[in-house]
Design a protein around this ligand. Structure first.
Ligand SMILES: Nc1ncnc2c1ncn2[C@@H]1O[C@H](COP(=O)(O)OP(=O)(O)OC[C@H]2O[C@@H]([n+]3cccc(C(=O)O)c3)[C@H](O)[C@@H]2O)[C@@H](O)[C@H]1O
Ligand SMILES: Nc1ncnc2c1ncn2[C@@H]1O[C@H](COP(=O)(O)OP(=O)(O)OP(=O)(O)O)[C@@H](O)[C@H]1O
Ligand SMILES: [Mg+2]
Length: 278
């Protein structure tokens, strides 16, 4: 019988070794194919200054440039979405310079997020927790990307990859809400290698990954939130020997977050009867 580690690796389509040039091409071509098939005008993605959106954003721009070279009309819209003033705005600008998108917009989510929090307070008499407010930030970013994509006839790009998918480390219907996910199956280290291969400035892949969603702990690293390193997660996903405590934590998170990797549950579904070990 296959181990849970093998099942997860299969479900998330991870590969131990990558031919970087080929993978970049494959994912770029997937974006071109998808936009063409959908009859869409192009792609939309929020750019944070972190590793994942820098990589996905550059793949989007490479895709639309390639499509145009082949005579198809396609454009990429990159969207900055700070909450107020972002501490690592310099990195975000470095990401935009690296990506060189056809169009770069800036929206500030502070007004929208704070209005939702005020409404919540009015209704409940309680302040929304910082954790839930962080998820509201992620969901407001999703709402804006869909408004832009809707008006432009474009497709929304997500940045989920295997190291986030396995732990369910994303906001359901927030950054998890997207139409296409060109980084699927990649470990965090493979994404870093691709970004380096694409000639990104090192500050974009050497910085500590952060969801940066909390007012009270700005810039909290993903590894601190998760309680496990990306190296350990990547090792697990590529079939390596993983320290038992790390493997146990990863598997517990995987089981508990199955609902995030599925569409909303219907009464005809039964996957959830076996998946939830909290
Ligand atoms: N068993 C179940 N079946 C169906 N639905 C279930 C469920 N258990 C919870 N739920 C639903 O899911 C909700 C909880 O999920 P969710 O709203 O996502 O919230 P939650 O998982 O609590 O928080 C999101 C986590 O992802 C992290 N994150 C978010 C965004 C970006 C990044 C990043 O790396 O950049 C990281 C964030 O720091 C936080 O730790 C519950 O409120 C409930 O509505
Ligand atoms: N401040 C932000 N401005 C614009 N988009 C954001 C911001 N924060 C998050 N996002 C969007 O949400 C996605 C998920 O965030 P996540 O932190 O996982 O990725 P990242 O910031 O691109 O990379 P890293 O994981 O290395 O921090 C981002 O890829 C981006 O599309
Ligand atoms: Mg980030």
């Amino acid at each position: 019988m296959a181990s849970l580690q093998d099942e997860i690796r299969q479900a998330l389509h991870t590969q131990p070794e990558l031919d970087l040039a080929r993978e970049i091409e494959r994912r770029r071509d997937f974006l071109i194919d998808y936009v063409s098939q959908a009859g869409a005008s192009g792609l939309v993605l929020a750019i944070s200054g972190g590793q994942d959106s820098s990589l996905a954003g550059r793949l989007c721009q490479l895709a639309v440039e390639r499509a145009r070279a082949d005579g198809r009309h396609m454009t990429f819209t990159a969207v900055r979405m700070p909450y107020g003033v972002q501490a690592d705005e310099d990195d975000a600008q470095a990401a935009i310079s690296f990506i060189r998108p056809d169009d770069a917009l800036t929206t500030n989510i502070l007004g929208g997020v704070d209005a939702i929090c005020d409404e919540y307070f009015e209704a409940t008499g309680q302040r929304m927790t910082d954790h839930s407010k962080g998820n509201v930030k992620a969901r407001v970013r999703m709402v804006l990307q869909y408004a832009i994509a809707g008006d432009r006839g474009a497709i929304v790009v997500g940045t989920d990859h295997a190291a986030e998918a396995v732990t369910g480390f994303f906001t359901k219907f927030g950054d998890g809400g997207a139409d296409v996910v060109p980084l699927s199956g990649l470990t965090k280290g493979q994404g870093r290698d691709m970004l380096r291969h694409l000639g990104a400035p090192s500050r974009l892949y050497e910085k500590a990954p952060t969801a940066d969603l909390l007012d009270h702990v700005p810039g909290q690293t993903d590894e601190d939130s998760l309680g496990v390193t990306y190296d350990a997660i990547d090792g697990y996903l590529t079939g390596g020997q993983t320290p038992p405590d790390d493997a146990e934590l990863i598997e517990r998170k995987y089981r508990a977050t199955e609902h995030k990797r599925r569409l909303p549950v219907t009464f005809q579904d039964d996957w959830w009867r076996t998946s939830q070990v909290g």
